[in-house]
Design a protein around this ligand. Structure first.
Ligand SMILES: [Mg+2]
Length: 265
C-alpha cells in the first residue's frame, strides 16, 4: 500500500538519524527537505535517559534543528499515562535516571521508595540490588507496574548494553506481575506524536530501524511504515515473525529521493 498523500513523518532516532555520536547519511538533508516542503515531522524514541530538551540540544550539535515539543520520549509517554490514571500527588517508585525521575516529578507525582501507588521502570545505569528489592516489595504490596519501554538492549559505540526491558524482566520474574508497557511496539507514543504535528494515521509515515518496535508500532497505529537499514536491522535478517514494512530504504538519502520523486506523496 502506498498512500496517495503523506502529510507527516515520525522518525525513530537511534539508528535512523544517528548512531552513537555519528550523524547517519541523509539525515540532515531529509529533515531540511521536509522543512522546505512544509511537511511536519516528530521524533519518537523509547529512550528515557534524556529529556526532549536534552535531545533537541544533542541534535543541534549534529546540525539538526528540532524543537523539544516535537520530540516524544518514553518518559513523556509514561508521565502522560500516570497523569491519566493516577491522582496528582501520588507516590511513585521510579527506577530510572535523573531525567526520567524529573519527568515523573514534573507531572505532579512524588518519587518515593515505599508506600507507593505505582512503580515505573526506565533504563537505570546505576541499578542496584536494593532498588530491585524495594520495587519487588512494592509490587508484592499491589503497586501498579509500568514499564517505560521493553527494549532488551541499548546500542552504544562499544557494543550493546542491557536496556530498560532487561530490568523490567528481572522485576517481572521476581514478582510474577506483568507491566503496562508505554514505549514502542505499543502505539501510544505515536498517537502522542501525531497529536503534536496534527496528522491522522493514514496521512502519516513511521520511519524506523527496528521491525519489532518501530515497524510494529507503526502498523498497530495504522501508519505507512518505512524501514531504514542504517540501524539494528542491518545487523540481522528478518524472520517470519517480524512485521513487514510498507517500504524499505537503504538510508535517508534514498528516502528523500523517494519522497521527492513523487510529489503526490
Ligand atoms: Mg532505533
Amino acid at each position: 500500500m502506498i498512500p496517495t498523500s503523506l502529510r507527516g513523518y515520525l522518525f525513530d532516532m537511534d539508528g535512523v538519524l544517528y548512531r552513537g555520536r555519528r550523524v547517519l547519511p541523509g539525515a540532515r538533508a531529509l529533515l531540511a527537505a521536509l522543512d522546505r516542503m512544509g511537511i511536519p515531522f516528530a521524533l519518537v524514541t523509547n529512550n528515557s535517559t534524556r529529556t526532549p530538551r536534552q535531545y533537541a540540544r544533542l541534535l543541534a550539535t549534529m546540525g539538526m534543528r528540532v524543537p523539544a515539543e516535537r520530540i516524544v520520549t518514553s518518559s513523556v509517554g509514561t508521565a502522560a499515562y500516570l497523569r491519566a490514571t493516577l491522582r496528582p500527588g501520588s507516590r511513585v517508585l521510579v527506577i530510572g535516571e535523573p531525567p526520567f525521575r524529573r519527568a515523573i516529578a514534573r507531572a505532579g507525582f512524588v518519587p518515593a521508595w515505599e508506600d507507593v501507588a505505582t512503580i515505573v521502570v526506565g533504563l537505570d545505569r546505576r541499578i542496584t540490588y536494593r532498588k530491585l528489592a524495594l520495587a519487588t516489595a512494592a509490587l508484592a504490596g499491589g503497586a501498579e507496574f509500568v514499564a517505560s519501554n521493553p527494549d532488551p538492549l541499548v546500542p552504544t559505540e562499544t557494543g550493546a548494553m542491557p536496556g530498560a526491558g532487561a530490568l523490567v524482566s528481572a522485576l517481572q520474574y521476581a514478582s510474577g506481575r506483568k507491566p503496562v508497557v508505554i514505549g514502542k511496539p505499543d502505539p501510544r507514543l505515536l498517537h502522542e506524536a501525531m497529536a503534536r504535528i496534527g496528522t491522522r494515521p493514514e496521512q502519516t509515515a513511521m520511519v524506523g530501524d527496528q521491525l519489532g518496535t518501530d515497524i510494529a508500532a507503526g502498523r498497530a497505529a495504522g501508519l505507512f511504515t518505512i524501514l531504514v537499514l542504517t540501524g539494528v536491522t542491518a545487523d540481522r535478517s528478518p524472520t517470519d515473525a517480524d512485521p513487514r514494512p510498507d517500504l524499505t530504504v537503504r538510508n535517508l538519502n534514498d528516502l528523500r529521493r523517494w519522497m521527492i520523486s513523487a510529489p503526490s506523496r
